[in-house]
Design a protein around this ligand. Structure first.
Ligand SMILES: [Fe+2]
Length: 282
């Protein structure tokens, strides 16, 4: 009976775009298989539809609850994975998340931190090179950075931060190098007051993301890369609510004193980025 129903639905999928037909047909087949496996009651099915409708009502120009839901189910990371295959030594991509916005251009070595977190947080120096997958430096690459403060908040969530705080756009030098100074970001909870949070609680999950810095790196002739650097030692590294952690992206901050224009103690992170040439075919 169920197979006949699926065939009847699929027989009517005949739009002008073959890719749309493929996507709709697979969605229908998988959803029917879900119903056959789970056998939801009618009340459960209505509750599921109401959950999606409520998810829509949580969406505003500044908040997309569907993106959050996709992140929390690991689907954003799955889509990222199927779209960013490349050579083994490339820097892996990771999800963009909801907090990217245009960053102020900054000079090499500039501070990202200009708010009250500067006096509270652990100072950090972050440096590295942008390279191709053969290790050849890429001068003039754009390195766009954004991060949360020591309180786990981005500028858009925190009245104490000016727009553009904890963000910066850097350009690599002749040796492909970049560096900046900042404060250590904190792990933070994703917004858990909407339907995504309800799903987390119902599943016995926490909403935390391990401490990280976001990178978006572009260089002529190479695929743009969106990724994270995660800080080793964070208690949530093994259970990121957004499933974005990759082993190659974890760095251990090294305690230092002196150097890099710093007065007192600070932590140092060295993170090279390897971009894939456009047209890479394996
Ligand atoms: Fe983030």
């Amino acid at each position: 009976m169920t197979d006949k129903l699926v065939r009847q639905v699929l027989a009517q999928v005949d739009g002008p775009d073959p890719r749309v037909n493929e996507i709709v047909s697979a969605l229908v087949a998988h959803l029917h298989a879900f119903v056959a496996e789970v056998r939801p009651t009618e009340a459960e099915w209505r509750a599921g539809l109401a959950f999606l409708a409520e998810t829509g009502r949580w969406c505003t120009p500044d908040r997309d609850e569907f993106v959050l839901l996709s992140d929390m189910l690991g689907l954003t990371s799955a889509v990222d994975e199927v779209n960013h295959e490349g050579p083994e030594n490339m820097t892996p991509s990771s999800v963009e998340g909801p907090f990217h916005s245009p960053a102020p251009a900054r000079e090499p070595g500039a501070w990202l931190s200009h708010g009250p977190e500067r006096g509270r947080g652990v100072p950090m120096v972050v440096h590295g090179r942008v390279l191709d997958c053969e290790g050849v430096p890429l001068p003039g690459a754009a390195v766009d950075l954004w991060q949360a403060g020591d309180n786990g908040l981005y500028d858009s969530q925190d009245d104490a931060q000016e727009p553009g705080n904890l963000r910066g756009l850097f350009t690599t030098d002749e040796q492909g190098r970049y560096w900046f100074r900042t404060i250590r970001p904190s792990s933070y909870p994703v917004p858990a007051d909407g339907t995504a949070g309800r799903l987390l609680r119902a599943s016995g999950r926490h909403p935390m993301r391990p401490a990280h810095l976001h990178y978006q790196v572009t260089a002529p002739g190479h695929r743009p890369l969106t990724t994270h650097v995660f800080l080793a030692g964070d208690p949530y590294l093994g259970s990121d609510a957004a499933f974005a952690v990759k082993e190659e992206l974890v760095r251990r901050p090294v305690p230092r004193t002196g150097g890099w224009g710093m007065d007192g103690p600070y932590e140092e992170i060295d993170f090279d980025v390897r971009l894939v040439p456009i047209g890479w075919a394996g």
